[in-house]
Ligand binder design. Structure first.
Ligand SMILES: Cc1cc2nc3c(=O)[nH]c(=O)nc-3n(C[C@H](O)[C@H](O)[C@H](O)COP(=O)(O)OP(=O)(O)OC[C@H]3O[C@@H](n4cnc5c(N)ncnc54)[C@H](O)[C@@H]3O)c2cc1C
Length: 366
């Protein structure tokens, strides 16, 4: 192929276009919205460092994609239960990197856009493609399996904070509320996978708990911008259909445990480019790299949902002694035992009313 048309202009699409254009393939990205990253506005997100050996920013750099974006390693982390009992976790290596999403010049999205354009990819805003003309679908999540509401605002908290609250009353069914702050900017979010219509009410509860704990001023919160968005959770059978490729969340590439799947999304764009450049099938490439990890994450999701208030409090009252990054890496490392347990647990949790269509192997839709 000498020309590739990609529908969707998120991180997976831009990474794919950058890789293709770098190797001389004429690449066009069609973003339906008039602007970059319409789902996120100057909010913090994280690039996790426990499902891969190399910190992801280094992986991007090695692939020749710009790592010139705000990207701050994090080494300590506070976790609270619903009664605001707290445990602190620490790591030598960063367990994740704090990044910015949205249209700011130092956001991940802006860096990926700049990279793609630098190599000659053309990015068309307010543009959609008919199905027949699309080579790669990177259109983001198509069903709402988990939902999150975020408020981002400026506030001087006196220190940078990274904390979560776990518990069904704040974020049901293995969800969590979080606060990420750096240099006077704060993102406060609530992510849930059940009782989705009541997301705003959970978010209000979490906000007031964080406000009390970290002395957030009402006036700062009032100036914040609040947005809600969603993720889809399914286990893809294939990411190819009628000679078209699916990448990122459109393919179901997401972290099934916590919904922090950016790493998979970007990497899937890079793998799709590899499959086109080397004329090899896409499915074996992503399955080799992701599939066992997806199953392990699905098992962790089922465990999180089952944990309940007692499980969470027990975990926080006797937290693992191990370095936090190493602890997460071992928790997420696939193994034969986890694979077998995942198959059993997924079988028990199978949903007969799957909304994800023929590309779904197993359904987590509740
Ligand atoms: C509130 C929230 C917080 C999150 N936090 C984290 C985090 O901290 N860490 C992490 O790793 N992940 C996080 N995630 C998940 C992460 O944001 C997504 O996995 C990632 O953005 C998916 O990238 P993508 O390229 O697949 O799709 P998207 O980022 O969704 O991009 C898809 C793009 O396609 C466009 N589009 C849709 N349909 C069409 C069409 N027909 N034609 C043209 N364009 C179209 C959309 O406008 C959109 O811009 C979070 C998700 C949410 C909702």
């Amino acid at each position: 192929m000498t020309q590739i048309q990609i529908a969707g202009g998120g991180p997976s699409a831009l990474a794919c276009a950058a890789m293709l254009a770098k190797d001389g393939i004429e690449s066009h990205v069609h973003e339906r919205a008039p602007v970059l990253s319409p789902r996120f506005t100057n909010s913090f997100q994280v690039l996790e460092n426990w499902t891969g050996q190399t910190p992801f920013p280094e992986q991007l750099k090695a692939a020749g994609i710009s790592s010139d974006f705000f990207c701050k390693p994090q080494h300590s982390f506070l976790a609270y239960d619903e009664k605001m009992r707290c445990a602190e976790f620490k790591s030598k290596k960063p367990y994740w990197h704090l990044i910015r999403r949205g249209r700011e010049p130092d956001s991940l999205d802006s860096a990926l856009l700049k990279s793609a354009q630098h190599f000659g990819a053309q990015v068309h805003f307010s543009s959609t493609l008919p199905y027949e003309q699309t080579d790669i679908f990177a259109t983001g999540p198509s069903s709402i399996d988990g939902s999150a509401m975020e408020t981002s605002f400026d506030a001087d908290l006196g220190k940078d904070i990274c904390a979560v609250i776990l518990g069904n009353k704040i974020a049901p069914s293995g969800g969590y509320a979080y606060i990420l702050s750096d240099g006077g900017r704060v993102t406060l979010g609530t992510a849930i996978t059940a009782d989705l219509p009541n997301l705003a009410s959970y978010h209000r509860k979490a906000t007031s708990l964080f406000a009390r704990e970290f002395f957030l001023k009402e006036s700062a919160l009032e100036k914040g911008e609040t947005k809600a968005s969603y993720v889809n959770f399914f286990l893809p059978k294939t990411a190819q259909e009628n000679e078209k490729l699916y990448i990122g969340e459109a393919a179901g590439f997401q972290d099934l445990s916590l919904g922090i799947g950016l790493r998979y999304c970007i990497r899937s764009g890079m793998l799709a480019a590899q499959s086109i450049l080397h004329n090899v099938e896409f499915d074996p490439l992503w399955k080799n790299e992701f599939l066992e990890k997806f199953k392990t994450a699905a098992l962790l999701r089922i465990a999180l949902e089952a944990a309940g208030e007692r499980g969470i409090s027990h975990f926080l009252s006797s937290p693992p002694k191990k370095d936090f990054q190493q602890y997460l890496s071992s928790l997420y490392a696939p193994s034969m035992l986890k694979n077998s347990l995942a198959s059993i647990a997924m079988g028990a949790k199978r949903n007969k009313k799957c909304k994800h269509g023929a590309r779904c192997e197993w359904c987590l839709q509740r």
